[in-house]
Design a protein around this ligand. Sequence first.
Ligand SMILES: [Zn+2]
Length: 422
Amino acid sequence: MTAPAKTLVITNIGELVTMLPLALSKRCTGTSESDLGRLGPHAWLAIQDGCIDAVGTDPLPVKYQGWSKLDAHGQLVLPGLVDSHTHALFAGSRAAEFWLRAAGTSYQDIAQAGGGIRATMTATRSASLETLERLLDLRLERMLRQGVTTVEVKSGYGLSVPEELRLLRLLSAAQQRTPQTLKITCLALHAPSPEHASRQSYVDACRQELLPMIAAEGLASSVDAFIDDGYFSTAEVDGYMRAAKDLGLGLRLHADEFTDAGAAAAAAAWGAHSADHLQCATPAAIARMAAAAVTATILPGTSLYTRIPFTDARPFTDRGVAVAIASDFNPGSCAITNLPLLATVACMQNRLRPAEAIAAVTYVPACSLDLGHRKGALAPGFDADLLVFELADAAAWLAAAGELQPTWVLAAGQVVSGPALP
Ligand SMILES: [Zn+2]
């Protein structure tokens, strides 16, 4: 990292993708190509005290003439990427499950044979804090080098009140070590708990014991639950979700991935920020999501990695649902953290249009994490989280399928990946 510079102007930007039209109108739907807010060639971006001061095209205003300069040499500048669904805190390996799946065994059959989430729970519970911290930091650093400057991380491999608390406290402490902005989600309801005879008794324990501690210690900004056949039902988690909302926590859901479990419709009824996966969401549920402004977070990496269907984004976008793309990085069903690759895959496999795909990894997920006022766009007053790529324009970035790492990654105006500034 370089010494803090209070002011910096990036000059000679070939194309600057600002997302300004979306950010200024706080809109995440109906994204068209003009919403990318492209400036250039010869665009510039001024940073003061970690925030964007202004953007424009040459000539550079007199105000900025004396500021330190970074010549982008005609490169592309994008907002820092936002990954709004990860399970980056775990120990152990489930590589053998990939081998089995590739040989034809299903995800559910592997879970029933003792693999799946329960296997990672066992490995995570037995890992020391130091081990878990080191593994988390390595993964966050990898995401940062790929251009992800804001990351949502879920707990969910503790699966008891004390073990989930241990993971949430570890995640809270991680914010002090990483230049990325972390948003923490409690996913205690990732799978049934081995310590509880029934799913309902575990849900009730989480509601009565865990939620008040999360609120009191500020350990998470959201809660999540895995709602599907074999996991939890909407009826089982209804009281938990309403209690979480009453405590001021945001709601996110693993919704209708394998079956239509009614989770997308419940997300609308509960006023969730996001419903994720959504392969089996019905048209009626999608309409309810639109009416309740629930973001649809689509996870192409999981489809790519486990051979489950790719969610068709068009029924969501065409009905006015905001669509985000996230990695779902986890040890079992998606080893991919490369969000630029997934934006490209989303164009081809989830049928997002190019401008929608770029919004889906920047401004839309920022809004779904309550960060639409400072992340996911290069607007005045927003955090100076940005990426410089040796590419001509946004089209070249999408076409590159994540093959190219950023030349520089800046978080809050500081270089956090790439060579020190001259
Ligand atoms: Zn997930």
